[in-house]
Design a protein around this ligand. Structure first.
Ligand SMILES: [Zn+2]
Length: 250
């Protein structure tokens, strides 16, 4: 039987270095859909999956035009952090958050008030744009202004190369230094708290067995079962926005 939520709360209260791993499930209460879920954008609109694949993106201008329209309309621009995000800020303010590793690109952890240096965005961020040719990087809103002004597929102003969001698409390599840092902090924590992630995407999912191996307690808070439930010290199926404020509160 899994330990109770009170037991997990006591583990967190006693912990000195908590590492939190978050996935789409923490942002759904903020109105950001889970792209992989049954009601996800990819499931309901197969074209959206093409937009997330670098091979289609670089070869098909129509896919890029649709991608820019999709970025303009992305719910992240108006989304507000929810109680789950706020609870993790409280954890940080208690001096317990060693680092937060997120698969999300919405920037809501920082908007909630987490110091940016504590947030490791393994799949990049929607808040920046980058050039696939010269590596230029700049604020996404500046590029979206060009789209609003009528450029359907704005090229890089430095080299005329293809621009996209600074996120990891399918077929694109992860950033090795970012992944290394995520794995390092996972090996340094005393509690690993995995929230709202199905833990299916590697190498990030590997942070869970890595932390366990290094001696950390592993807590999984997710609506669905994950492959690491058996390895976890506690599995909580409670609603994230209700459970986290209790787990992280002083
Ligand atoms: Zn460029």
């Amino acid at each position: 039987m899994t330990p109770s939520i009170d037991t997990v709360r006591a583990w967190i209260a006693a912990a000195q270095r908590v590492v939190v791993l978050t996935g789409a499930g923490i942002s759904t209460d903020s109105g950001i859909p889970d792209f992989r879920g049954p009601q996800g954008v990819w499931t309901l609109n197969p074209k959206a999956e093409k937009m997330s694949d670098i091979r289609y993106y670089t070869t098909d201008p129509e896919v890029r035009r649709l991608s820019w329209q999709s970025r303009l309309a992305h719910p992240a621009w108006t989304a507000r952090p929810n109680a789950g995000h706020a609870a993790l800020v409280a954890l940080e303010q208690r001096g317990k958050l060693h680092a937060l590793v997120t698969q999300n690109i919405d920037g809501l952890h920082q908007r909630a008030g987490l110091p940016p240096e504590k947030v490791i965005e393994v799949h990049g961020t929607l808040h920046y744009a980058m050039c696939l040719t010269c590596g230029w990087r700049g604020p996404m809103q500046d590029v979206l202004d060009r789209v609003r002004a009528g450029e359907e597929d704005p090229p890089c102003t430095e080299c005329a190369g293809i621009l996209k969001s600074d996120t990891i698409s399918f077929g694109q390599p992860l950033v090795p230094e970012v992944i290394e840092r995520a794995m390092r902090v996972a090996g340094e924590c005393d509690v690993l708290l995995a929230i709202g992630s199905t833990l299916q995407v590697y190498p990030v999912a590997g942070a869970v067995p890595l932390a366990k191996e290094a001696g950390a307690r592993v807590v999984i808070l997710n609506a669905q079962a994950t492959q690491f439930d058996d390895l976890a010290d506690a599995v909580l199926r409670t609603h994230i926005g209700e459970a986290l404020p209790y787990l992280c509160g002083g």
